[in-house]
Design a protein around this ligand. Structure first.
Ligand code: CMC
Length: 431
Protein backbone atom coordinates (compact mmCIF):
# COMPACT_ATOMS: atom_id res chain seq x y z
CA UNK A 1 0.00 0.00 0.00
CA UNK A 2 1.28 3.49 -0.84
CA UNK A 3 2.37 5.68 2.04
CA UNK A 4 -0.11 8.29 3.29
CA UNK A 5 1.83 11.49 3.80
CA UNK A 6 -0.64 14.36 4.14
CA UNK A 7 -4.31 15.16 3.92
CA UNK A 8 -6.36 17.44 1.69
CA UNK A 9 -9.28 19.38 3.14
CA UNK A 10 -12.50 19.58 1.18
CA UNK A 11 -15.06 22.10 2.40
CA UNK A 12 -18.70 21.78 1.38
CA UNK A 13 -21.23 24.25 2.82
CA UNK A 14 -18.88 25.13 5.66
CA UNK A 15 -18.31 21.49 6.63
CA UNK A 16 -14.71 20.22 6.23
CA UNK A 17 -13.64 16.72 5.28
CA UNK A 18 -10.08 15.41 5.54
CA UNK A 19 -8.99 13.27 2.60
CA UNK A 20 -5.78 11.19 2.83
CA UNK A 21 -3.10 11.88 0.20
CA UNK A 22 -1.07 8.84 -0.89
CA UNK A 23 2.50 9.26 -2.10
CA UNK A 24 3.32 7.08 -5.13
CA UNK A 25 6.88 5.91 -5.88
CA UNK A 26 6.67 8.11 -9.01
CA UNK A 27 4.03 10.42 -10.49
CA UNK A 28 1.54 12.84 -8.94
CA UNK A 29 0.20 12.41 -5.40
CA UNK A 30 -3.23 10.79 -5.19
CA UNK A 31 -6.14 12.07 -3.08
CA UNK A 32 -8.07 9.14 -1.67
CA UNK A 33 -11.82 9.73 -1.99
CA UNK A 34 -13.01 6.18 -1.24
CA UNK A 35 -14.81 7.33 1.94
CA UNK A 36 -16.11 10.61 0.48
CA UNK A 37 -19.63 9.45 -0.35
CA UNK A 38 -19.97 7.72 3.02
CA UNK A 39 -18.94 10.83 4.95
CA UNK A 40 -19.97 13.80 2.77
CA UNK A 41 -22.72 12.22 0.62
CA UNK A 42 -21.22 13.51 -2.67
CA UNK A 43 -19.64 11.89 -5.71
CA UNK A 44 -16.72 13.16 -7.78
CA UNK A 45 -17.24 13.63 -11.52
CA UNK A 46 -14.52 12.79 -14.05
CA UNK A 47 -15.71 11.56 -17.48
CA UNK A 48 -12.87 9.80 -19.30
CA UNK A 49 -11.05 9.37 -15.95
CA UNK A 50 -8.66 12.21 -16.80
CA UNK A 51 -7.80 12.84 -13.11
CA UNK A 52 -8.78 9.55 -11.53
CA UNK A 53 -6.57 6.71 -10.34
CA UNK A 54 -8.63 3.52 -10.29
CA UNK A 55 -6.10 1.10 -8.84
CA UNK A 56 -2.71 0.70 -7.23
CA UNK A 57 -0.17 -0.85 -9.62
CA UNK A 58 3.52 -1.74 -9.70
CA UNK A 59 3.78 -2.73 -13.36
CA UNK A 60 4.16 0.27 -15.67
CA UNK A 61 4.84 3.95 -15.14
CA UNK A 62 4.43 6.76 -17.67
CA UNK A 63 5.59 10.34 -17.25
CA UNK A 64 3.74 12.09 -20.06
CA UNK A 65 5.65 15.36 -19.76
CA UNK A 66 9.07 13.71 -19.84
CA UNK A 67 8.00 11.18 -22.48
CA UNK A 68 9.06 8.35 -20.16
CA UNK A 69 7.71 4.79 -20.16
CA UNK A 70 9.03 2.32 -17.57
CA UNK A 71 8.15 -1.36 -17.18
CA UNK A 72 8.92 -2.46 -13.61
CA UNK A 73 11.32 0.52 -13.60
CA UNK A 74 13.17 -0.30 -16.84
CA UNK A 75 12.96 2.33 -19.64
CA UNK A 76 11.23 1.14 -22.81
CA UNK A 77 14.07 2.26 -25.09
CA UNK A 78 16.54 0.03 -23.17
CA UNK A 79 14.13 -2.89 -23.28
CA UNK A 80 13.51 -2.39 -27.02
CA UNK A 81 17.24 -2.30 -27.70
CA UNK A 82 18.65 -4.87 -25.29
CA UNK A 83 15.81 -7.23 -24.43
CA UNK A 84 13.20 -9.12 -26.43
CA UNK A 85 9.46 -9.69 -26.18
CA UNK A 86 9.34 -12.89 -24.12
CA UNK A 87 11.83 -11.51 -21.62
CA UNK A 88 9.65 -8.38 -21.31
CA UNK A 89 6.62 -10.66 -20.85
CA UNK A 90 8.39 -12.36 -17.94
CA UNK A 91 9.32 -8.97 -16.48
CA UNK A 92 5.73 -7.69 -16.67
CA UNK A 93 4.23 -10.89 -15.29
CA UNK A 94 6.67 -11.64 -12.49
CA UNK A 95 8.17 -8.24 -11.61
CA UNK A 96 11.88 -8.82 -12.29
CA UNK A 97 14.17 -9.69 -15.19
CA UNK A 98 14.60 -13.48 -15.40
CA UNK A 99 17.84 -15.36 -14.82
CA UNK A 100 19.05 -17.38 -17.82
CA UNK A 101 17.44 -20.55 -16.37
CA UNK A 102 14.13 -18.78 -15.62
CA UNK A 103 14.02 -17.33 -19.12
CA UNK A 104 14.75 -20.68 -20.74
CA UNK A 105 12.00 -22.33 -18.73
CA UNK A 106 9.51 -19.54 -19.52
CA UNK A 107 10.32 -19.58 -23.24
CA UNK A 108 9.97 -23.37 -23.28
CA UNK A 109 6.56 -23.14 -21.57
CA UNK A 110 5.26 -20.49 -23.94
CA UNK A 111 6.62 -22.24 -27.04
CA UNK A 112 5.03 -25.54 -26.01
CA UNK A 113 1.57 -24.03 -25.55
CA UNK A 114 1.24 -22.29 -28.92
CA UNK A 115 -1.06 -24.90 -30.48
CA UNK A 116 -4.78 -24.43 -29.97
CA UNK A 117 -7.35 -27.16 -29.31
CA UNK A 118 -8.05 -28.81 -32.67
CA UNK A 119 -11.82 -28.40 -32.23
CA UNK A 120 -11.33 -24.65 -32.18
CA UNK A 121 -10.63 -24.84 -35.92
CA UNK A 122 -14.35 -25.49 -36.39
CA UNK A 123 -15.14 -22.40 -34.41
CA UNK A 124 -13.15 -20.26 -36.88
CA UNK A 125 -15.09 -21.77 -39.76
CA UNK A 126 -18.34 -20.37 -38.34
CA UNK A 127 -17.28 -16.84 -39.23
CA UNK A 128 -18.11 -15.21 -42.56
CA UNK A 129 -15.29 -15.90 -45.02
CA UNK A 130 -14.08 -12.28 -45.10
CA UNK A 131 -14.57 -11.43 -41.38
CA UNK A 132 -12.23 -8.78 -39.94
CA UNK A 133 -9.55 -10.65 -37.94
CA UNK A 134 -10.39 -8.53 -34.85
CA UNK A 135 -14.03 -9.69 -35.00
CA UNK A 136 -12.83 -13.28 -35.19
CA UNK A 137 -10.35 -12.78 -32.35
CA UNK A 138 -12.95 -11.33 -29.97
CA UNK A 139 -15.12 -14.41 -30.57
CA UNK A 140 -12.37 -17.05 -30.51
CA UNK A 141 -10.61 -15.70 -27.40
CA UNK A 142 -13.95 -15.46 -25.58
CA UNK A 143 -14.61 -19.07 -26.64
CA UNK A 144 -11.33 -20.24 -25.07
CA UNK A 145 -13.22 -20.50 -21.78
CA UNK A 146 -15.27 -23.25 -23.43
CA UNK A 147 -12.12 -25.14 -24.47
CA UNK A 148 -9.86 -24.62 -21.45
CA UNK A 149 -12.18 -25.09 -18.44
CA UNK A 150 -9.25 -26.29 -16.36
CA UNK A 151 -7.77 -22.79 -16.15
CA UNK A 152 -10.84 -20.66 -15.47
CA UNK A 153 -10.91 -20.85 -11.66
CA UNK A 154 -9.64 -17.39 -10.76
CA UNK A 155 -9.26 -18.34 -7.09
CA UNK A 156 -6.65 -20.99 -7.90
CA UNK A 157 -3.22 -19.39 -8.31
CA UNK A 158 -1.86 -22.22 -10.46
CA UNK A 159 -4.86 -22.04 -12.81
CA UNK A 160 -4.34 -18.28 -13.10
CA UNK A 161 -0.75 -18.90 -14.14
CA UNK A 162 -1.72 -21.56 -16.67
CA UNK A 163 -4.34 -19.22 -18.19
CA UNK A 164 -1.67 -16.48 -18.44
CA UNK A 165 0.73 -18.78 -20.25
CA UNK A 166 -1.98 -20.11 -22.53
CA UNK A 167 -3.11 -16.63 -23.54
CA UNK A 168 0.42 -15.35 -24.27
CA UNK A 169 1.30 -18.53 -26.16
CA UNK A 170 -1.88 -18.95 -28.18
CA UNK A 171 -2.68 -15.36 -29.11
CA UNK A 172 -0.25 -15.24 -32.10
CA UNK A 173 -1.68 -18.56 -33.34
CA UNK A 174 -5.23 -17.21 -33.06
CA UNK A 175 -4.35 -13.89 -34.77
CA UNK A 176 -2.55 -15.70 -37.61
CA UNK A 177 -5.46 -18.14 -38.03
CA UNK A 178 -7.94 -15.24 -38.09
CA UNK A 179 -5.85 -13.71 -40.87
CA UNK A 180 -5.49 -16.93 -42.85
CA UNK A 181 -9.22 -17.53 -42.58
CA UNK A 182 -10.01 -13.99 -43.82
CA UNK A 183 -7.93 -14.52 -46.98
CA UNK A 184 -9.06 -18.09 -47.64
CA UNK A 185 -5.71 -19.78 -47.00
CA UNK A 186 -5.15 -22.93 -44.88
CA UNK A 187 -4.14 -22.53 -41.26
CA UNK A 188 -0.43 -22.93 -40.54
CA UNK A 189 0.51 -24.74 -37.31
CA UNK A 190 3.15 -23.25 -34.99
CA UNK A 191 6.64 -24.74 -34.85
CA UNK A 192 8.61 -25.28 -31.66
CA UNK A 193 11.99 -24.59 -33.23
CA UNK A 194 11.08 -20.96 -33.98
CA UNK A 195 11.09 -18.00 -31.63
CA UNK A 196 7.86 -16.13 -30.81
CA UNK A 197 8.10 -13.46 -33.53
CA UNK A 198 9.42 -15.79 -36.25
CA UNK A 199 6.68 -18.28 -35.49
CA UNK A 200 4.05 -15.57 -35.88
CA UNK A 201 5.50 -14.39 -39.21
CA UNK A 202 5.60 -17.96 -40.50
CA UNK A 203 2.02 -18.70 -39.36
CA UNK A 204 0.89 -15.57 -41.24
CA UNK A 205 2.90 -15.90 -44.45
CA UNK A 206 3.70 -19.60 -45.05
CA UNK A 207 1.59 -21.61 -47.48
CA UNK A 208 1.67 -25.39 -47.94
CA UNK A 209 2.89 -24.95 -51.52
CA UNK A 210 6.09 -23.17 -50.53
CA UNK A 211 8.43 -23.15 -47.55
CA UNK A 212 8.65 -19.79 -45.81
CA UNK A 213 12.06 -18.82 -44.52
CA UNK A 214 11.89 -16.18 -41.82
CA UNK A 215 14.16 -13.19 -42.42
CA UNK A 216 15.94 -12.48 -39.09
CA UNK A 217 15.69 -8.73 -39.72
CA UNK A 218 11.92 -8.92 -40.09
CA UNK A 219 11.71 -11.20 -37.08
CA UNK A 220 13.65 -8.66 -35.00
CA UNK A 221 11.37 -5.83 -36.23
CA UNK A 222 8.30 -7.92 -35.37
CA UNK A 223 9.67 -8.66 -31.92
CA UNK A 224 10.31 -4.95 -31.38
CA UNK A 225 6.72 -4.10 -32.37
CA UNK A 226 5.50 -6.68 -29.83
CA UNK A 227 7.84 -5.26 -27.17
CA UNK A 228 6.83 -1.64 -27.73
CA UNK A 229 3.13 -2.46 -27.33
CA UNK A 230 3.45 -4.89 -24.41
CA UNK A 231 1.86 -2.71 -21.72
CA UNK A 232 0.78 0.88 -21.20
CA UNK A 233 -0.65 1.07 -17.67
CA UNK A 234 -4.34 1.93 -17.26
CA UNK A 235 -5.33 2.63 -20.90
CA UNK A 236 -8.89 1.97 -22.16
CA UNK A 237 -8.49 -1.73 -23.01
CA UNK A 238 -6.53 -2.51 -19.84
CA UNK A 239 -9.12 -0.72 -17.73
CA UNK A 240 -11.77 -2.75 -19.60
CA UNK A 241 -9.96 -5.97 -18.66
CA UNK A 242 -9.73 -4.85 -15.02
CA UNK A 243 -13.41 -3.83 -14.93
CA UNK A 244 -14.53 -7.12 -16.51
CA UNK A 245 -12.34 -9.07 -14.11
CA UNK A 246 -13.63 -7.16 -11.08
CA UNK A 247 -16.89 -9.11 -11.31
CA UNK A 248 -14.97 -12.40 -11.13
CA UNK A 249 -15.24 -13.14 -14.87
CA UNK A 250 -12.87 -15.80 -16.24
CA UNK A 251 -9.56 -14.70 -17.83
CA UNK A 252 -10.52 -15.56 -21.42
CA UNK A 253 -13.74 -13.50 -21.16
CA UNK A 254 -11.76 -10.57 -19.68
CA UNK A 255 -9.14 -10.61 -22.45
CA UNK A 256 -11.89 -10.86 -25.10
CA UNK A 257 -13.37 -7.68 -23.56
CA UNK A 258 -9.95 -6.02 -23.82
CA UNK A 259 -9.65 -6.99 -27.49
CA UNK A 260 -13.11 -5.52 -28.20
CA UNK A 261 -12.12 -2.22 -26.59
CA UNK A 262 -8.74 -2.11 -28.32
CA UNK A 263 -10.40 -2.29 -31.73
CA UNK A 264 -11.69 1.32 -31.60
CA UNK A 265 -9.91 3.90 -33.82
CA UNK A 266 -9.07 6.15 -30.84
CA UNK A 267 -7.08 3.24 -29.31
CA UNK A 268 -5.54 0.20 -31.03
CA UNK A 269 -7.51 0.73 -34.22
CA UNK A 270 -5.49 3.91 -34.82
CA UNK A 271 -2.69 2.10 -36.67
CA UNK A 272 -5.12 0.81 -39.30
CA UNK A 273 -6.91 4.18 -39.41
CA UNK A 274 -3.55 5.97 -39.79
CA UNK A 275 -2.47 3.95 -42.80
CA UNK A 276 -5.89 4.32 -44.39
CA UNK A 277 -5.59 8.08 -43.83
CA UNK A 278 -2.16 8.16 -45.53
CA UNK A 279 -3.65 6.30 -48.48
CA UNK A 280 -6.58 8.72 -48.60
CA UNK A 281 -4.20 11.69 -48.59
CA UNK A 282 -2.57 9.97 -51.57
CA UNK A 283 -0.01 12.65 -52.46
CA UNK A 284 2.08 15.18 -50.50
CA UNK A 285 0.31 18.15 -52.12
CA UNK A 286 -2.96 17.17 -50.41
CA UNK A 287 -1.42 17.27 -46.90
CA UNK A 288 -2.36 20.94 -46.21
CA UNK A 289 -6.01 20.14 -46.96
CA UNK A 290 -5.99 17.34 -44.33
CA UNK A 291 -4.13 19.49 -41.80
CA UNK A 292 -6.81 22.17 -42.21
CA UNK A 293 -9.54 19.57 -41.72
CA UNK A 294 -7.87 18.32 -38.52
CA UNK A 295 -7.85 21.88 -37.18
CA UNK A 296 -11.46 22.63 -38.15
CA UNK A 297 -13.71 22.40 -35.06
CA UNK A 298 -16.71 21.63 -37.27
CA UNK A 299 -15.02 18.67 -38.94
CA UNK A 300 -14.80 15.45 -36.88
CA UNK A 301 -11.65 14.43 -38.79
CA UNK A 302 -8.49 13.94 -36.67
CA UNK A 303 -4.97 13.21 -37.77
CA UNK A 304 -4.69 9.52 -36.96
CA UNK A 305 -1.46 8.58 -35.22
CA UNK A 306 -1.24 11.99 -33.54
CA UNK A 307 -1.95 12.90 -29.94
CA UNK A 308 -2.07 10.96 -26.72
CA UNK A 309 -3.96 11.25 -23.44
CA UNK A 310 -0.79 10.95 -21.37
CA UNK A 311 2.20 11.90 -23.56
CA UNK A 312 2.32 15.66 -24.01
CA UNK A 313 5.92 15.97 -25.21
CA UNK A 314 6.75 12.88 -27.22
CA UNK A 315 5.81 9.21 -27.25
CA UNK A 316 9.02 7.27 -26.41
CA UNK A 317 7.65 4.25 -28.26
CA UNK A 318 7.29 6.37 -31.41
CA UNK A 319 10.98 7.33 -31.27
CA UNK A 320 12.05 3.65 -31.29
CA UNK A 321 9.38 2.75 -33.84
CA UNK A 322 10.57 5.51 -36.19
CA UNK A 323 14.13 4.12 -36.09
CA UNK A 324 12.74 0.65 -36.71
CA UNK A 325 10.70 1.91 -39.69
CA UNK A 326 13.82 3.44 -41.24
CA UNK A 327 15.82 0.21 -40.69
CA UNK A 328 13.13 -2.12 -42.05
CA UNK A 329 12.38 -0.02 -45.12
CA UNK A 330 16.05 0.42 -45.81
CA UNK A 331 16.74 -3.30 -45.53
CA UNK A 332 13.75 -4.16 -47.67
CA UNK A 333 14.98 -1.59 -50.20
CA UNK A 334 11.73 0.39 -50.11
CA UNK A 335 12.97 3.68 -48.74
CA UNK A 336 11.08 5.62 -51.42
CA UNK A 337 7.71 4.11 -50.55
CA UNK A 338 5.08 6.78 -51.44
CA UNK A 339 3.20 6.31 -48.14
CA UNK A 340 6.40 6.80 -46.20
CA UNK A 341 7.05 10.02 -48.14
CA UNK A 342 3.57 11.28 -47.25
CA UNK A 343 4.03 10.19 -43.62
CA UNK A 344 7.36 11.98 -43.29
CA UNK A 345 6.06 15.20 -44.87
CA UNK A 346 2.88 15.08 -42.83
CA UNK A 347 4.90 14.65 -39.66
CA UNK A 348 7.14 17.64 -40.53
CA UNK A 349 4.20 19.91 -41.38
CA UNK A 350 2.17 18.90 -38.32
CA UNK A 351 4.96 19.17 -35.75
CA UNK A 352 5.75 22.71 -36.97
CA UNK A 353 2.12 23.85 -37.07
CA UNK A 354 0.95 26.20 -34.30
CA UNK A 355 -2.26 24.20 -33.66
CA UNK A 356 -0.38 20.93 -33.05
CA UNK A 357 2.35 22.65 -31.00
CA UNK A 358 -0.16 24.43 -28.79
CA UNK A 359 -2.24 21.30 -28.19
CA UNK A 360 0.90 19.18 -27.69
CA UNK A 361 -0.01 16.75 -30.43
CA UNK A 362 2.94 14.58 -31.50
CA UNK A 363 3.14 11.42 -33.60
CA UNK A 364 2.35 8.41 -31.41
CA UNK A 365 3.47 4.79 -31.73
CA UNK A 366 0.74 4.01 -34.24
CA UNK A 367 1.96 6.59 -36.69
CA UNK A 368 5.03 4.48 -37.55
CA UNK A 369 3.97 0.93 -36.71
CA UNK A 370 1.55 0.79 -39.65
CA UNK A 371 4.29 1.78 -42.09
CA UNK A 372 6.55 -1.05 -40.88
CA UNK A 373 3.76 -3.60 -40.88
CA UNK A 374 2.69 -2.67 -44.41
CA UNK A 375 6.31 -2.96 -45.59
CA UNK A 376 6.46 -6.42 -44.01
CA UNK A 377 3.48 -7.46 -46.09
CA UNK A 378 0.66 -7.25 -43.54
CA UNK A 379 -2.69 -5.91 -44.76
CA UNK A 380 -4.11 -3.01 -42.70
CA UNK A 381 -6.75 -5.30 -41.16
CA UNK A 382 -3.95 -7.16 -39.34
CA UNK A 383 -2.46 -4.09 -37.65
CA UNK A 384 -4.84 -4.06 -34.67
CA UNK A 385 -4.72 -7.88 -34.20
CA UNK A 386 -0.92 -7.54 -33.94
CA UNK A 387 -1.41 -4.86 -31.28
CA UNK A 388 -3.76 -7.28 -29.47
CA UNK A 389 -1.13 -10.06 -29.58
CA UNK A 390 1.46 -7.69 -28.07
CA UNK A 391 -0.83 -6.21 -25.40
CA UNK A 392 -2.07 -9.60 -24.14
CA UNK A 393 0.80 -9.79 -21.66
CA UNK A 394 -0.02 -6.31 -20.33
CA UNK A 395 -3.69 -7.19 -19.89
CA UNK A 396 -2.81 -10.48 -18.21
CA UNK A 397 -0.21 -8.92 -15.89
CA UNK A 398 -2.69 -6.26 -14.77
CA UNK A 399 -5.43 -8.86 -14.39
CA UNK A 400 -3.13 -11.01 -12.24
CA UNK A 401 -2.10 -8.01 -10.15
CA UNK A 402 -5.71 -6.98 -9.57
CA UNK A 403 -6.77 -10.45 -8.44
CA UNK A 404 -3.98 -10.50 -5.86
CA UNK A 405 -4.89 -7.02 -4.55
CA UNK A 406 -6.74 -7.19 -1.20
CA UNK A 407 -8.33 -3.80 -2.00
CA UNK A 408 -10.03 -5.19 -5.11
CA UNK A 409 -13.77 -4.48 -5.36
CA UNK A 410 -16.24 -4.83 -8.20
CA UNK A 411 -15.84 -1.75 -10.45
CA UNK A 412 -18.98 0.32 -10.19
CA UNK A 413 -18.75 3.99 -11.26
CA UNK A 414 -21.39 6.48 -10.13
CA UNK A 415 -23.07 9.08 -12.33
CA UNK A 416 -24.16 12.69 -12.52
CA UNK A 417 -27.83 12.08 -13.30
CA UNK A 418 -29.51 14.82 -15.35
CA UNK A 419 -32.57 12.92 -16.60
CA UNK A 420 -36.21 13.16 -15.55
CA UNK A 421 -37.06 12.77 -11.88
CA UNK A 422 -39.87 10.39 -10.84
CA UNK A 423 -43.09 10.87 -12.80
CA UNK A 424 -46.25 8.82 -13.30
CA UNK A 425 -46.68 6.42 -16.20
CA UNK A 426 -48.93 7.85 -18.94
CA UNK A 427 -51.39 5.47 -20.63
CA UNK A 428 -50.72 5.15 -24.41
CA UNK A 429 -54.00 6.85 -25.41
CA UNK A 430 -53.11 9.92 -23.32
CA UNK A 431 -49.62 10.59 -24.79
N1 CMC B 1 -5.89 15.60 -34.67
C1 CMC B 1 -6.41 16.85 -34.47
N2 CMC B 1 -6.75 17.37 -33.29
C2 CMC B 1 -6.59 16.58 -32.22
C3 CMC B 1 -6.06 15.28 -32.31
C4 CMC B 1 -5.70 14.81 -33.58
N3 CMC B 1 -5.19 13.57 -33.74
N4 CMC B 1 -5.98 14.74 -31.09
C5 CMC B 1 -6.47 15.65 -30.22
N5 CMC B 1 -6.82 16.77 -30.92
C6 CMC B 1 -7.33 18.01 -30.33
C7 CMC B 1 -8.76 17.84 -29.89
O1 CMC B 1 -9.67 18.25 -30.89
C8 CMC B 1 -8.83 18.74 -28.66
O2 CMC B 1 -9.00 20.07 -29.11
P1 CMC B 1 -9.84 21.12 -28.20
O3 CMC B 1 -9.06 21.25 -26.93
O4 CMC B 1 -9.85 22.35 -29.02
O5 CMC B 1 -11.19 20.51 -28.00
C9 CMC B 1 -7.44 18.63 -28.05
O6 CMC B 1 -6.57 18.24 -29.14
C10 CMC B 1 -7.33 17.57 -26.94
O7 CMC B 1 -7.85 16.35 -27.45
P2 CMC B 1 -8.73 15.33 -26.61
O8 CMC B 1 -9.53 14.47 -27.54
O9 CMC B 1 -9.47 16.08 -25.54
O10 CMC B 1 -7.58 14.48 -25.94
P3 CMC B 1 -7.71 13.04 -25.34
O11 CMC B 1 -6.62 12.87 -24.37
O12 CMC B 1 -9.11 12.76 -24.89
O13 CMC B 1 -7.47 12.08 -26.64
C11 CMC B 1 -6.51 10.69 -28.28
C12 CMC B 1 -6.31 11.41 -26.92
C13 CMC B 1 -5.32 9.75 -28.53
C14 CMC B 1 -7.77 9.83 -28.24
C15 CMC B 1 -6.60 11.75 -29.40
O14 CMC B 1 -5.40 12.52 -29.46
C16 CMC B 1 -6.90 11.13 -30.78
O15 CMC B 1 -8.07 10.90 -31.10
N6 CMC B 1 -5.83 10.84 -31.62
C17 CMC B 1 -6.03 10.19 -32.86
C18 CMC B 1 -6.18 8.69 -32.66
C19 CMC B 1 -4.86 8.02 -32.29
O16 CMC B 1 -3.83 8.20 -32.94
N7 CMC B 1 -4.92 7.14 -31.26
C20 CMC B 1 -3.77 6.32 -30.84
C21 CMC B 1 -3.29 6.65 -29.47
S1 CMC B 1 -1.70 5.85 -29.13
C22 CMC B 1 -2.03 4.15 -29.12
C23 CMC B 1 -3.00 3.71 -28.07
O17 CMC B 1 -2.83 4.10 -26.90
O18 CMC B 1 -3.91 2.97 -28.39
Amino acid sequence: MAETTRTATLTIDGQSYELPIHAPSAGPDVIDITKLYGTAGVFTHDPGFTSTSACESKITFIDGDKGELLHRGYPIDQLAEKSHYLEVCYLLLYGSLPTAAELEHFEHTITHHTMIHEQMHNFFRGFRRDAHPMATMVGVVGAMSAFYHDSTDINDERQREIASHRLIAKMPTIAAMAYKYSIGQPFVYPRNDLDYASNFLRMCFAVPAQEYVVDPILSRAMDRIFTLHADHEQNASTSTVRLASSSGANPFACIAAGIACLWGPAHGGANQACLEMLKEIGSPNRIPEFIERAKDKNDPFRLMGFGHRVYKNFDPRATVMKQSADEVLDLLGIDNNPLLRIAKELEQIAVNDEYFIEKKLFPNVDFYSGIILEAMGFPTAMFTPIFAVSRTVGWISQWKEQLADPAMKIGRPRQLYTGETARDYVEIENR
